[in-house]
Write a protein that binds this ligand. Sequence first.
Ligand SMILES: [Zn+2]
Length: 452
Amino acid sequence: MSSTLIHSGTLVCMDAAGTVARGDLLVRGDAIAAISAAVPDAIATLPDRRADESIDASGCFVLPGLVHGHLHLCQTLFRGLAEQADLLGWLRERIWPLEAAHTEASIAASARLGLAELIAGGVTCVNDMGTVRHTDVIGETLAESGIRALFGKALMDRGDGVPQGLIERPRDALEDALALAKRFGGSAGGRLRVSLAPRFILSCSEALWKEVRDASLERDLVIHTHLSESPTEGREVEAAVRSSAARFFEAREVLSTRFVGAHGVWLEDDELALLRRADAALVHCPGSNLKLGSGFARVSAWRRSGLRIGLGSDGAACNNRLDTFHEMSLAAGVSRALDHDAALSAREVLALATCGGAAALGLGAVTGSLEAGKQADLIVLDASAPHHAPNAAADPYATVVHAARASDVLLTMAAGHVLYRDGAWTTLDGARAIADARAEALGLVRRAAVAG
Ligand SMILES: [Zn+2]
């Protein structure tokens, strides 16, 4: 079992005690073996009484790996192809035709490009929505990348503007999703888990929601969906099902501790109470909400209601960054503008992208904080650049949320494996990912017959 000592950094642990300390951290195998004062004793138990590798983190923050709570890896190739639109027009005129035009090769290129960007930006865990076809290729790409992931196949069986190629019969869609769970659930050393991903109310029939609810309960699978994202969507949902999203889900027993809903911009207080009662989780996507003009999610109200909350950038077509640091900065700014003195603190914002985000995905015991026994999912962040100076250490939370950039990440480790270090990926070829993505994007645009 290999061991790595990360020494002389400032550990920002995101544990319940709020530990921030200058010190060392020992990784053994896929887990964190010891932190700070416990490190010398742990090293004494190693063969030769020394770690296999030693990494100097002086001048750096050592943080839990970032948890990306809502993502569409299949949309990375669409970056820059779906601009100046609101949600439903964006989906119907651009995103769905492009998704329907994907091949196995274009999906793989899209996922690989997104993962290269995410891993270089310190993300060690993602929650991906997939698409209707070829999601097994996303699973293979996730496995090869070394990242931790919860992912599913998007489920759609109806809806205005949905191309025929994305519509399936409910039973067929579920069978495909369950085959994915059988193949990938717990695979890659336990890094991969599979969810059920009904896209949103407007693309899923009553029969499909029932299948999803039953399968989630029987097989303990997360339900990953979108809800209450934009005003026009809210009006169409109201017209289609005579209910708002959370009330619809509550009435059909879709809400549970396995429910992860993205956006939730327009949820009302009584809907938050329904979600809380079911111990459901929400994922805040401020960059996407701003770019699509969807609105400002009331994350302080979510927090007050006691919900588990994560943070995500959504896909690259509606952001256009897959950059959790950018997302944290936006989350902090939106919260401050909406809630003033009741806004989320910098530590609470960082929690959305670490311990809180992990808890939102049901992975709180596995990842999201630097604690002995948890998986060794961590990043080393350079805090010595001009944009951090002169007071980077005064409040590490504020520095990370308001000053740090994805390009400050020097090292990304998941399950004890270094995935990225000093500008180079160990599991992916960054230059090749970009070149393949360019070539595949050209073909995709031609097949989809949308203007590039
Ligand atoms: Zn989304």
